[in-house]
Design a protein around this ligand. Sequence first.
Ligand SMILES: C[S@@+](CC[C@H](N)C(=O)[O-])C[C@H]1O[C@@H](n2cnc3c(N)ncnc32)[C@H](O)[C@@H]1O
Length: 299
Amino acid sequence: MTPYHVPVMLKETIELLSIDPNGIYVDVTYGGGGHSREILSRLEGGKLIAFDQDADAKRNLLEDERLEFVASNFAFIESALEAQQIKGVDGIIADLGISSHQIDTAERGFSYRFDAPLDMRMNTSEGITAAEILNTYEESELYRIFKVYGELPNAKKVQHLVVERRASEEIRTTGQLENILQSAIPHKRRAKFLAQVYQALRIEVNQEMEALEKLLLASLNILKPGGRFVVMAYHSLEDRMVKNFFRSGNLAGKVEKDFYGNDLSPWKKITRKAIQASQLEIDENNRARSARLRAVERK
Ligand SMILES: C[S@@+](CC[C@H](N)C(=O)[O-])C[C@H]1O[C@@H](n2cnc3c(N)ncnc32)[C@H](O)[C@@H]1O
């Protein structure tokens, strides 16, 4: 049986969290529980709260009374912790994006490797699907998604092909989408191109940038002084947002200074620049290739 997900940079992330055995930690992207398991193994009297918006993540929930699972989008972290009367936490870990389980489950529609309905929702009980986006979004919105989220140089052409085809048929499946995009697919870069198209749609379906913004802003209110925030991003847009926020404490990345020129950022830097997985790890787990790991400490 293939594993649900192989955790990326496990040793590095756990070291950066600098775990207090009696502290309260939050894993906002539980997935297969790889990072959560490691955190639990270092806790004594402490507690771990884990979030995942995908109901499948609950299937491999670790049996541990110190673990509390919240089936929710991490955008709601602040109110979810409040509901549990938790006022401050000692560490947060976010391993963004989707799990191998999600990509490898054909009917979820996350992968161009299978012919399946274009769904791509992490939370299958709400929100709109990738098919609905392709069939209903304004042309300019489609262009923005392919250009900004997919970083596709030929975003205009992709948008045009989609709009042209949907006038005569409803776009429903991954197979259909590849067929529609045939003339935009570069000969030697099919896999990369399709991965970018899928990334773009997935980010929009799950409103990933908006959720990350909310998580980042909430972290300021949740972390105790000395608490650590460790994030792994898998595409440049996400990583840039994290980098700016970790530098300044705001989404614009603007560092505020006091009268004397002292940096007023609420964060102390723990990683000077993004940490990447070792070649050894990448050889064993290709998903680690694009991971960028950053960490800060609340002042
Ligand atoms: C890369 S996987 C995490 C893998 C996990 N660290 C492990 O080692 O098993 C990301 C997980 O986070 C979940 N996720 C992504 N964005 C989320 C969000 N905004 N709210 C809640 N869960 C989210 C996905 O459903 C997925 O299961």
